[in-house]
Design a protein around this ligand. Structure first.
Ligand SMILES: NC(=O)CC[C@H](N)C(=O)O
Length: 801
């Protein structure tokens, strides 16, 4: 899960973090070692039927970084087969957003629609082979005939049409002779397969709708299950990664590859989806928010679209750091929203100079100050200066200067504004700010004492009179302020999470429970009504508008400067609505996670849904209210060594709790608890895990002792869960712990470099992209046993020296 910097540069010129070892990289390393493919090719295939969103980050970076890591190619593919939904506007925005995030597909932007002609040829080939037929029953009839999990399907009366008749009908479908729905082309596979997807899936439909790239050239359109595998094969994709809901579609994929004889052929691998707490990503649900005016548009900064996050002020670096912290696994998981928010904060901490702004002002007159003073105040706090890699810090324009030059002029005048919250006539205990007769330090300006104040009829403070004291005065707190005469009047927009519960869509989101029904993918494409339950979890007042003042130093700064307004959060000018004469500053994020505390207090508002086996597991994140018994359980589990988040998940789930009840209570317990939550939860809930918790202790010990890598451990775990064998026995039986010694690795690196002296020279001359080539060669030479991190390091050393 950690972000391991590798020397392989990515599109942004910075080092691309390695993809942490996972079950897919393991397959890739084996394939490279076996020489199965000349190079790795991956693709990211969004539908251009909406905007890129936070949910796309994980999959797109997985595809991209995996290719970069193994020196292969990454393609961007517009999966634009549904003419009714896809649009140029969406292509353009996706391309723009994905590029902005730092993905690089070079010149390989492909469109599914560019291959319509070739798909069609393959369709005719299947018909000629007797592998596909034209069916002419209605959609309802087709679904009835397909049967269900307990009943095998019944052949349609058209299933045995002759090849000639099928070809004739298919050609006439293509020629536009029939109305939509009159016929479909289906693969002839297996009507009694327990995998419903194999019960003669539809390959082509009649859709009389122009396509934004193909115009009226077509009136039949290929189904996802047909075009996707074909395009992978045609483009030489090697490892086609997709999320878990496509697991049953893999059988169609393999069937097509086999029937059409592609060699070498791509393979599909499914990873667990990564939902994000407090967020929805269904296009239809987001559209409804826009249509009903709950947000101002697709780029409303509260929306989870990349457009909106860009407008909000999030940087691509923050997105990339977030992406590298999400682990890959075989199970669906919800990512704690704080992972995203902290990535945004961490990035801004070193990027955003500190200035002062008063959001909700109350005027203070400094009665003993005449005229104006100009203070020179530093942009950066000491810790940022201390942590600066080059000892320098940035000015708002980005220029890096010595810390003592990173200062701005701040006017101090007789009239200033302070935050309404920072003066309290009836202070609660422990209040460290200004009170009548009390003192406080004004950041950078000295200590003041409040002598008097006025209120309006409602008791609201309207004005404070104060005295500026000498340096020998004492004060308990520090507050920020802005000159009243010289501060710039601005509008502030404070955004809150759009939804107030972690799972606004309930438990069903990624759950494709009934494989006979339409997949999530299809559902996204139908006119079926949206379950509007999520609407009631909208946060009331998630946009707050305030009018206040910013210090005048910001006037000359580049418009895209991100600031930390001291004590208030990170802000920048709203790129859409801010005007020179009417600036609007939006809050990118608060300084701390203000929700962490509130979540503890909050009611349990988790939407109810009947739990199903295989449903999306609980968030691995923040506290949700537990019963006192569950809290006691959490205390017991953390006492045994479980991480707090794991303990919370366990305490809520009897199946998991029963399992860890059998775990050995020693130093391995925390690791076993983590595997239970992260790797075994879905299987345990479905009653499918065969291994005993007690058998995991030796595995955890082996891992902790460095005898195996995390990847080997998790793989052994998955296999043990399925077979019931002790994981360590699996490892020993197959010699998986016989890793590569660092001497062996170094020798392999030397051999590869010696055999490719010309390339080494080219690399040292600046062709750093060759690192991927070297990586692949060493992987091959070592039979895939090299640990990618160690390999990257060994290569870096050998090439650098
Ligand atoms: N295979 C996949 O990754 C699915 C791609 C499909 N275009 C989607 O966005 O859902």
């Amino acid at each position: 899960m950690t972000d391991v910097p590798s020397p392989i540069p990515d599109a942004t010129g910075g080092p691309a973090p390695l993809v942490a070892p996972n079950f897919i990289t393991e397959v890739i390393e084996k394939d490279l070692a076996a020489g199965k493919y000349p190079e790795i090719v991956t693709r990211f295939p969004p539908d251009p039927s909406g905007y890129a969103h936070l949910g796309h980050i994980f999959a797109s970076f997985l595809d991209y970084r995996t290719a970069v890591q193994y020196g292969g190619k990454f393609n961007l593919r517009m999966d634009d087969t549904n003419p009714e939904l896809v649009k140029q506007e969406y292509v353009d925005s996706m391309v723009d957003d994905l590029k902005w995030m730092g993905l690089d597909w070079e010149d390989r932007l492909y469109y599914a629609s560019d291959y319509f002609g070739r798909y069609y040829e393959y369709a005719e080939q299947l018909v000629r082979q007797g592998d596909a037929y034209v069916d002419s029953v209605s959609a309802q009839e087709m679904s009835r005939l397909r049967g269900n999990a307990h009943t095998p399907g019944t052949p349609s009366p058209y299933r045995n049409r002759s090849v000639e008749e099928n070809l004739d009908l298919l050609r006439r479908m293509k020629a536009g002779e029939f109305e939509s729905g009159a016929h479909v082309l289906r693969a002839k596979i297996d009507l009694s397969s327990p995998n419903m997807k194999l019960r003669d899936p539809v390959l082509y439909r009649i859709v009389k709708h122009p396509h934004f790239r193909q115009g009226d050239a077509w009136c039949i359109y290929p189904a996802y299950d047909f075009e996707h595998p074909l395009q992978d094969a045609i483009e030489g994709v090697t490892h086609s990664m997709c999320s878990l809901e496509f697991v049953d579609n893999r059988a169609i994929y393999d069937w097509l590859m086999e029937r059409l004889g592609f060699q070498p052929r791509p393979h599909q691998y499914e990873f667990g989806r990564r939902g994000l707490e407090y967020t929805i990503t269904s296009k239809r649900k987001l559209r409804r928010l826009v249509q009903e005016g709950k947000v101002s548009g697709w780029d409303d900064p509260r929306m989870p679209t990349i457009r909106a996050q860009r407008r909000l002020g999030v940087t691509p670096e923050a997105i990339r750091n977030f992406a590298s912290q999400i682990g890959v696994s075989r199970t669906n998981r919800t990512v704690d929203i704080s992972l995203y928010e902290n990535a945004v904060r961490d990035d801004l901490n070193h990027r955003a100079p500190r200035v002062m702004a008063v959001l909700d002002p109350v005027k203070v007159t400094l009665s003993n100050l005449d005229g104006e003073k100009t203070l020179s105040l530093p942009y950066w706090p000491f810790d940022v200066i201390r942590d600066s890699p080059d000892g320098r810090v940035a000015l708002p324009g980005g220029e890096r200067v010595a810390p003592e030059q990173a200062v701005r002029d701040v006017p101090l005048t007789r009239e200033i504004y302070i935050e309404r919250d920072d003066f309290n006539p009836e202070p609660p205990r422990g209040y460290k700010r200004l009170t009548p007769g009390g003192t406080v330090r004004l950041r950078g300006a000295g200590i003041i004492r409040a002598d008097d104040y006025q209120t309006d009829d409602t008791g609201r403070v309207t004005h404070v009179t104060a005295t500026l004291l000498g340096e020998d005065a004492r004060a308990g707190g520090v507050i920020h302020w802005v000159s009243a005469g010289r501060g710039l009047p601005v509008e502030f927009r404070l955004y809150d999470r759009l939804f107030r519960v972690p799972h606004p869509e309930g438990e069903q989101e990624a759950d494709d429970d009934d494989s006979a029904g339409p997949s999530e993918h299809d559902a996204e494409h139908t006119a079926a009504p949206v379950d509007a339950g999520y609407m009631r979890y909208l946060t009331e007042g998630s946009l707050k508008v305030l009018h206040g003042f910013v210090e005048p130093s910001v006037t000359g700064d580049p418009l895209d400067t991100r600031y930390q307004f001291e004590r208030q959060g990170y802000f920048w000018r709203d790129p859409v609505d801010s005007r020179e004469d009417a600036p609007v500053f939006g809050r990118i994020i608060t300084l701390k996670d203000t929700w962490a505390k509130e979540a503890q207090k909050a009611e349990p508002v988790r939407p109810k849904a009947a739990p199903k086996p295989g449903a999306t597991p609980k968030a691995d994140g923040p506290a949700r209210t537990l019963t006192p018994e569950q809290e006691a359980e959490v205390a017991r589990l953390t006492g045994l060594g479980a991480a707090d988040a794991d303990a919370r998940t366990l305490a809520r789930d009897e199946a998991l709790l029963a399992f860890v009840g059998g775990a050995v209570q020693d130093s391995t317990f925390g690791q076993v608890a983590s595997w239970t939550v992260n790797d075994l939860a879905v299987g345990l809930r479905g009653g499918e895990v065969k291994v005993q918790a007690a058998d995991l202790a030796p595995l955890a010990a082996l891992l902790a002792g460095g005898g195996i890598t995390t990847r080997v451990a998790r793989d052994a775990l998955a296999r043990a869960a399925a077979s019931g064998d002790a994981p360590v026995a699996i490892i020993e039986r197959e010699g998986l712990n016989a890793g590569l010694s660092s001497d062996d690795l170094r020798r392999a690196v030397q051999d590869v470099l010696a055999a490719n002296a010309d390339k080494v020279e080219a690399y040292r001359g600046g062709k750093t992209a060759l690192l991927g080539f070297f990586t692949g060669q060493v992987m091959r030479a070592t039979g895939g046993k090299a640990d990618p991190k160690a390999l990257a390091q060994a290569l870096g050393e050998a090439l650098g020296g």
